[in-house]
Design a protein around this ligand. Structure first.
Ligand SMILES: Cc1ncc(COP(=O)(O)O)c(C=O)c1O
Length: 476
């Protein structure tokens, strides 16, 4: 049985799919960000039993155009400010199409020579882009959560006693890991899944800039040692999820060295800003980390999924994940081949490096840095608008490109402000003109915008308070 199109049909269908993409970028970017459908409504659109016979491709593409695109949140549009979701880029759309066509399986060198070599090159380039070691080894994984998990696995493997792999952690002194209370939830998941235990993830309080309190960190490490525990790793955050705070990375280097700890930096979001003249001082010390996570699918505008792990000493990464069963033996030793499966938890994975490589090649580091700076400028512009508004207030500083603020008309107490801003977050989603999310900053409900989208303009930024004020008026 042949499942392929004829070459002519293939070209025609690619053109038709291209037309859907063109419409998306030509007409739909400005449409309501949230599609405004309920789960039940979307289920109903697609509800059918497993098709026994396929449908004609033209009809299928029509369904994709109407129902899939019509039910999607417009993350790529200029008015999306939710979470830390990049707007992607169009060069990478081409990369994704070609990568799917090639269907490289990135497990062994000989199953994917070009994707292996491009991945190694991209790891070098991303390291250079953020000011990390040119000797680092790494891998491109699906997301920052998996990447943080992989890095903590490397830390555990290299800091625990030798017999960890064979004997497990039974009978060992409990290991402890340190991160600020603003650390991403992926660390909680990782310590749980790695058997370290949530109680052994020490959440250290932050200062008024939301950076880890290094005095409290040092004290906690001492207390833990006295209590017979085994501190193994300290985590610095280069751009917290909530407000973009960057820990004092240089001071953490010193603590990690003095205390003989693995030093991991979660730069999933902030990493690409590290060498910008305006903010590079915040990132001093990043280069000295033992491992770093940085997500090209956030602030390098690469579409999902692409998150890099970088480990300064390649052998430490390899000894964590290398395992070659008989069915995966090939000519490993021939001519400097690298099998990426030895450097990561997954075996099979897609040709992720193509879209990162093409993005870096097409735009170059200068233009990408200018674009990142423009995102920071947008966040700071919104901060100025908020501070001069009279009816909004900022709730956190803006070191990078996230703003946390609230609508705060005069005469409301804290409880009423919380309720109003929670209602506003819901109303904003349903209204669909802009998309942002709510969070808590020091217990207060904040509206939070993240700017990592080159399609957003200064005018779009000005619209944010206008829409919120309008909705607040409607809420009464
Ligand atoms: C600082 C930080 N680390 C890790 C992650 C997890 O990344 P991902 O969503 O790619 O799993 C995020 C996500 O926003 C993040 O902000």
């Amino acid at each position: 049985m042949n499942l392929d199109f004829t070459p002519e049909q293939l070209a025609l269908q690619i053109q038709k799919a291209g037309q859907i993409i063109r419409e998306l970028y030509e007409e739909k970017l400005d449409r309501h960000v949230f599609p405004g459908k309920t789960p039940g409504e979307i289920q109903e659109i697609f509800d059918e039993s497993l098709p026994q016979d396929g449908i004609e491709i033209g009809k299928l593409l029509k369904k994709v155009r109407e129902d899939v695109v019509g039910s999607a949140t417009m993350n790529i549009g200029p008015h999306y400010y939710g979470y830390i979701t990049g707007g992607g880029n169009q060069v990478a759309i081409l990369a994704e199409m070609i990568s799917a066509a090639l269907n490289q399986n990135n497990l062994k060198w000989h199953s994917s020579p070009v994707s292996t070599e491009l991945e190694k090159l991209v790891i070098k380039w991303v390291s250079e882009f953020i000011g990390y070691s040119d000797k680092a080894a790494g891998a491109i994984l699906d997301g920052g959560s998996t990447a943080n998990f992989n890095c903590l696995a490397v830390a555990r493997k290299n800091m625990a006693p030798e017999n960890l792999s064979v004997e497990g952690m039974y009978g060992m002194k409990p290991m402890t890991i340190y991160v600020s209370e603003e650390g991403h939830s992926s660390f909680d998941k990782a310590v749980d899944a790695l058997g370290i235990g949530l109680n052994n993830l020490r959440k250290i309080p932050v200062d008024d800039q939301f950076r880890i309190r290094t005095d409290l960190l040092k004290a906690k490490i001492q207390d833990d040692r006295k209590a017979g525990l085994n501190p193994i790793c300290v985590i610095g955050i280069a751009g917290t999820t909530n407000s973009g705070a960057v820990d004092n990375l240089g001071e953490l280097v010193k603590i990690a060295k003095d205390e003989n700890l693995w030093y991991h930096v979660d730069a999933a979001y902030g990493g690409p800003a590290a060498k910008l003249e305006s903010v590079s001082h915040l990132f001093e010390g990043l280069g000295e980390a033992d491992s770093v996570v940085v997500n090209p699918h956030k602030w390098l505008y690469v579409p999902f999924e692409a998150a890099c792990i970088l480990v300064k000493e390649p052998e430490k990464l390899r000894r964590t994940f290398s395992l070659i069963p008989d069915y995966l033996r090939s000519n490993e030793d021939e001519g400097g081949r690298t099998d990426l499966m030895e450097y990561q938890l997954p075996l099979t994975k897609s040709f992720k490096s193509l879209k990162v490589w093409m993005t870096l090649k097409a735009f170059g580091s200068t233009r990408l840095r200018e674009t990142i700076q423009a995102d920071i400028d947008h966040a700071q512009y919104l901060e100025t608008l908020i501070e001069t508004s009279g009816d909004f207030e900022m709730l956190a500083p803006v070191p990078l490109s996230i703003t946390c603020f609230r609508y705060a008309p005069a005469g409301l107490d804290e409880k009423q402000l919380d309720e109003l801003n929670q209602k506003l977050a819901h109303a904003i989603e349903q209204d669909g003109r802009i998309f942002l999310t709510a969070t808590k900053i020091k217990g207060k409900t904040a509206l939070r915008t993240c700017f990592i989208n080159p399609r957003t303009t200064k005018k779009d930024v000005e619209w944010i308070p206008v829409v919120i004020r309008d909705l607040a008026g409607k809420l009464g």
